[in-house]
Design a protein around this ligand. Structure first.
Ligand code: FAD
Ligand code: SIN
Length: 520
């Protein structure tokens, strides 16, 4: 099967949906999700979206906080434009029907999270993402110019490579003509040709064995782009959220929002000591890289598998009212957060790097844009400031729209693209081998490429990964495609890029910390 569209959007989180709504005013849009439309990290966002709304907050303060959290590796121009566009983008989200919590006087309630010098996080209790996703999905479903394809898996970007012409990262000049998608129901691959393609495929959490991300976060967009010779950067900066609920058998790990610390909750160790002020003067509200490393250190000292988040001294009624989702979830595990401390430990949460894009969300491949967690815009530097990612997605999807709408009339379809060829391929009946390989990669990444790294650990990870890579490529070359195999291949690709970039960074910056980079 073959489809054609002006705008092809891969991903139905905040980045994909907000772009689709705008692009649909200029042409035909096809938007695709690998699972159901609502599933993705956006739905799970808790704390909220950072934006400058009222005095005494200012753009300058938010800019400064972002740069400090990013450990001075942010692109200052990108920080400035993202933050100064924040108010407008958030207002648009509200016009699309998103409901944020308000004070009795009608102003928005603004929460505080780590690294923020002011209260500036708009939220919807502790279920902000669900509310944003609800509003956007509703709008998209009503739009006559948008065709939605759920349960279709993007396998590879289509470039000149598929016309038999060699492509190279260095030489550039690569063009994107669309995407091949697998329909897992009949195991057929369809071709979608597009003038403009936006990758909005979200994050990479499933590269690790403990993550707050939904299991579908297998880094597909980054892997596809990397294979198509697109520039990918900063992948060593994987953000571990300090406080995932300690329930080792549960996937994904349930997040305990940082907003709870903004509300007053404090981290303590097994002895009941509030330890954060020993590590940073901002204590429990220090940026995430610092808090996660402090917890890691406390766990190493005590030998325990978690620390605690203590909210027992806060007003119980207000606590339940503000964090109903967390209250209910903990209670389902027998923990009443009004009376008992919450066992927590860090879990892989966010990829600060990704597909390198410019200020208009353009990647290094012509007609290919990227927005949301899949992209590396320069906003986050070496460590993302809490609640800046929903904002980044809105700002860069808007910019991708503005730029692509200006260019689309000069772009033609490439009709000579061949359909996917699976002649002679065989059905893969050993799915268990794929599951096993995935677990192996996740364990390698968690054991050797986690919060604290070393040259030895990274070398070891790379050696072990190589074997799994060779086995998986051999399988891929002879198999009729299935989602699990494609995801495994992508996870291996992304793991490789993370390790490679971690090995190349010879300094401790933000989220990348190696014992071999410590200066005497
Ligand atoms: P997602 O929302 O992850 O959507 C990805 C989309 O891509 C999905 O539709 C998926 O189906 C599709 N897709 C992926 N691969 C394929 C493929 N191969 N083929 C077809 N479709 C594909 N950020 C904040 O700013 N504030 C918060 O409070 C906050 N809280 C968070 C809490 C949790 C638990 C998590 C996990 C993250 C949180 N974040 C938060 C981060 C933020 O939610 C994400 O970075 C953001 O939602 C990503 O949006 P996105 O549109 O890029 O991708
Ligand atoms: C949280 O609510 O703690 C997550 C916020 C974020 O990841 O930005």
């Amino acid at each position: 099967m073959r489809l054609k569209t002006d705008f092809l959007v891969v991903g139905t989180g905040v980045a994909g949906l907000s772009f689709a709504l705008k692009a649909a005013e200029k042409g035909k849009v096809i938007i695709v999700a690998k699972s159901s439309m609502e599933e993705g990290s956006t739905k799970y966002a808790q704390g909220g979206i950072a934006a400058v709304m009222y005095q005494p907050d200012t753009y300058q303060k938010h800019i400064q906080d972002t740069i400090i959290a990013g450990d001075e590796l942010c692109n200052e121009e990108i920080v400035r434009l993202t933050i100064t566009e924040s108010t407008e983008r958030v207002k648009e989200l509200i016009e699309w029907g998103t409901k944020f919590d308000k004070n009795p006087d009608g102003t928005y309630k603004l929460g505080r999270e780590g690294g923020h010098s002011e209260n500036r996080v708009l939220h919807s209790k502790d279920q902000t993402g669900t509310e944003i996703e609800r509003a956007l999905v509703h709008q998209v479903k009503m739009h006559p110019n948008i065709q939605i394809l759920e349960n279709h898996f993007a396998v590879d970007l289509i470039t000149q490579h598929h016309l038999g012409q060699p492509t190279s990262r260095k030489a550039g000049g690569i063009k994107c003509f669309g995407v091949y998608f697998l329909n897992p129901n009949n195991q057929k691959v369809i071709t979608i040709l597009s003038k403009i393609t936006l990758l909005a495929t979200g994050g990479v959490g499933s590269v690790y064995d403990s993550t707050t991300n939904p299991v579908i976060a297998t880094g597909d967009g980054i892997a596809m782009a990397y294979r198509a010779r697109c520039t990918v950067e900063n992948m060593e900066f994987i953000q571990f959220h300090p406080t995932a609920l300690y329930t080792p058998l549960e996937k994904p790990a349930f997040l305990i929002t940082e907003a709870l610390r903004g509300f007053g909750a404090r981290l303590c160790n097994q002895k009941g000591e509030y330890f954060m002020s020993r590590y940073d003067e901002r204590a429990d509200l220090a940026p995430r890289d610092i808090v996660a490393r402090a917890i890691d250190q406390e766990m190493k000292i005590s030998g325990a598998e978690h620390v605690y988040l203590d909210a027992t001294f806060l007003n119980g009624r207000e606590l339940v009212e503000s964090f109903p989702g967390i209250y209910a979830k903990c209670l389902s595990h027998g923990i009443d957060i009004r009376r008992q401390k919450i066992p927590v430990r860090p879990a892989a949460h966010y990829s600060c790097g990704g597909i390198k894009v410019n200020q208009w969300a353009q990647s290094s491949i012509e007609n290919l844009y990227a927005s949301g967690e899949v992209a590396s815009t320069g906003l986050h530097g070496a460590n993302r400031l809490a609640s800046n990612s929903l904002l980044e997605a809105l700002v860069f999807s808007h910019r991708a729209f503005v730029d692509s709408a200006n260019r689309i009339q000069n772009i033609e379809f490439e009709h000579k693209i061949p359909d996917w060829n699976d002649e002679g391929m065989r059905l893969n009946e050993e799915l268990i081998l794929i599951t096993q390989s995935l677990k192996e990669v996740q364990s390698i990444m968690s054991n050797y490429v986690g919060i604290v790294r070393s040259d030895l650990r990274l070398e070891r990870a790379l050696r072990r990964l190589r074997l799994i890579f060779e086995e998986t490529e051999a399988l891929f070359d002879v198999s009729i495609l299935n989602t699990q195999l494609c995801e495994l291949r992508n996870v291996i690709n992304v793991a490789y890029v993370i390790i490679k970039m971690a090995k190349d960074r010879r300094e401790n910056r933000g989220l990348h910390y190696s014992i071999d980079n410590i200066k005497e």
